[in-house]
Structures are given as C-alpha cells and as structure tokens.
Design a binder for this molecule. Sequence first.
Ligand code: ADP
Ligand code: MG
Length: 394
Amino acid sequence: MKRTIRDLDVRGKRVFIRTDLNVPIKHGAIGDDTRIRESLPTIQHALDQGATVIVASHLGRPRGKPSGELSLRPVAARLAELLGRPVAFAEDSVGATGKQAIAQAGPGALVLLENLRFHPEEETNDRPFAEALADLADVYINDAFGAAHRAHASTEGIVRYVDVAAAGLLMAKEVEHLGALLAAPARPFVAVLGGAKVSGKIEVIENLISRVDTLLIGGAMAYTFFSARGWPTGSSLVEDDLIDAARGIDTQAAEAAVVLELPSDHVVTGKIEPGAPCEVLHVSDPAIGARMGVDIGPATIDSFSGVITGAKTVVWNGPMGVFEIDEFAVGTIAIARAIANVRGTTVIGGGDSIAAVTKAGVRDRITHISTGGGASLEFLGGRTLPGVAALPDK
Ligand code: ADP
Ligand code: MG
C-alpha cells in the first residue's frame, strides 16, 4: 500500500500535485474534460486541508519548446469553473516566473503551472530540473496515473528531492483497482486490444500473454498481424518493421496455450470519410485491392462478443475501427456493449476507448474506467511503473 495524501497533514504547506491534465484542446477549446474532473478530488482535499496547492501537468507533445497551442492556460479556466474558485496561472513551471506566481497567489491559493514539457528536461528526467520543481513545494503528491509509466522529472526524479511524497487519491484508486485485478483475476481473463498502433504495445502484449486466457485483437493493430500471416492488407495501417514481432507474438501465444483471435471479416473502404462506400470481406479475400480495413465485420463481432460474454475479467484498450466515423463505429460499439454485459470485472483504459464506451452509452456499466491507457496496460502486464515505484509505502 502506498502512502496517500490522506496520511499527511498538509495544513499550511505548499503542496505540489502532479496531475494528468492532458486533455484534447482545439483552438483553445477543451474537448472531453474527464481527466480534469478526475483530478479534482485530490486538489479539493488539499485545499480543504488548508494547503497552498501547486498543480502541474504535461499537455501533448511540444517537444521541449513553448507552444501556444499546447498551453495549459485554457485548463486553468476550466479548473476554476469546476472548483468554483480562482486559479492563478504561472507562465512557466520553474524559475522566477513559477516562484513569483506562487508567492503572489498567497497562502491557501491554487496555482496551475504551464505545460511541463515546454522544458526538454522534463522528459529526460534531468536532475536540476527535478530539483527546481521540488524547490517549489514542501510536499509532493503524484496523482498522474496516466503518466506513471514514464520516468520523467515530475513523475519520478522529483521524489528524490522532496522531504515528503505520497500518492494522490486518483493514483491510489487506480493502483488499488488494477493491483487487485493483477493479483487474482477471475477467469476466463480476456484482453481486447485495438487502436491505431502496435508500436509501443509489443512489450505490453507479450506481458499480457502470460496472464490472460484469450487475447482478441482488432482495430488497425490487427493488420500487422494479418501481414505476418500473409493475408492481404491493401492500404490498411501495417507497421512493416513490426511484422516479425507480430509473428513472434503468434508463436508465443501458441506456446502458452493462449487463444489469440484476430478478426475473420472486416469492413473495407477506399476513403476514411462519412458516407464513403464500403464492403464487408473475409480477411483472406484479395478483393480488398488497394482499399483499407476500417472496422471489424459482423462475423467477428459475433465471435468476439461470444468470447467476451463468457469472460469473468475483461480488459479493453483500443477501438475496433475508425469509430469517430459512425459507419465505421459499429464494431467498436458492439464490443463496448458486450463488455458492459459481462458478469464480472471490466476495465477500460485509453482516451479513445473511453470516448467509445461513452458513445456506446455504457460507461456506467464498466467496473473501472482507468485514466491511463498505456499505463494501465503496462501495469496489468506486470511491469513496475516508475512513477508508482518512486512513491513510498505507507
Ligand atoms: P486509446 O486512445 O484508447 O488508447 P488508440 O489511440 O491506440 O486508443 O487508438 C485509437 C485510434 O485508432 C482511433 O483514432 C481510431 O480511429 C484508430 N483506428 C482504429 N482502428 C483503425 C483502423 N482499422 N484503421 C485506422 N485507424 C484505426
Ligand atoms: Mg488515443
């Protein structure tokens, strides 16, 4: 058990809370604000206890340079709205600007720091940068489960330079839920993977194979596996450099007696746009030509749903198709509904997957919606997350 903010007395202290406020923002307007809402309990708790609260997060991938598009300023406004109190904004996370903003806001105030990744030192976990962040506060709280699989200055390095560190309430909830699942999953245990890319998930898939009974793979991810099996892929998203890795996973699954099920049919189209003509084909059908696969087909929906319905534990990350377009969302929505009907434990992680269960209207029927996509999969694969490991136990 990790020490949490509830175990501390933070009255009158400056509390640095690393949150995951990485929400979609287009032209200054915030899209889905789930991550901001999920961060509120810890922030509110610290404020209620009489702390001065300094909130920090990354947003997108600014590649170590300031960027107007990736400023957290709109998030400060939304935070103020949701909490019903003023939120000061510091134009820079460290240095004189950060310190001044905190001093100016005064005791008991709430300050949001600018995007941590405007500094390249955040992602390189640079020591002076971690020290500069630590220098802003008396207490460090990590509530950014979604960023815990990365050893960055604000998630890992900083812990070495603060006097007191603990997990936030969201972090504690995630570790508790996912930890229980990892320790003793009710079986059959089924993992459903999809989404855009295999890259970055190879290791996760390899780890999951040693834990699950069945692995269902759909979405764009399936096409690298199709290619490995010699099936026609047209212009579907295939990662050529990972075909060997996909073949290796096929073998590994067979050796572990884990069922790895790929789609048997799919929806193909010449264009990813609403109203584009499309057709259902068997996955081995060369009639795909130069078109691309954008959703799983009806036979796959039946088969995947059957496996899911018989499961006692289901973990899902990654949509089954280009669900942003209604015509290609059929497979994803059917799988979301099948998961919602499971009599057992269901866990969903990943921004797009959460959007998909919301679109399917079944969000309330999922046991645990994890704020971390990559982080939750890595955790369930048994990997020690650096951001979690760095935090002290109770
Ligand atoms: P999450 O955010 O849940 O972790 P990802 O970001 O990995 O999921 O993947 C989601 C994206 O994958 C969506 O934008 C979706 O359109 C895309 N996608 C799924 N299937 C396909 C496909 N067959 N071809 C192209 N894109 C796909
Ligand atoms: Mg995504």
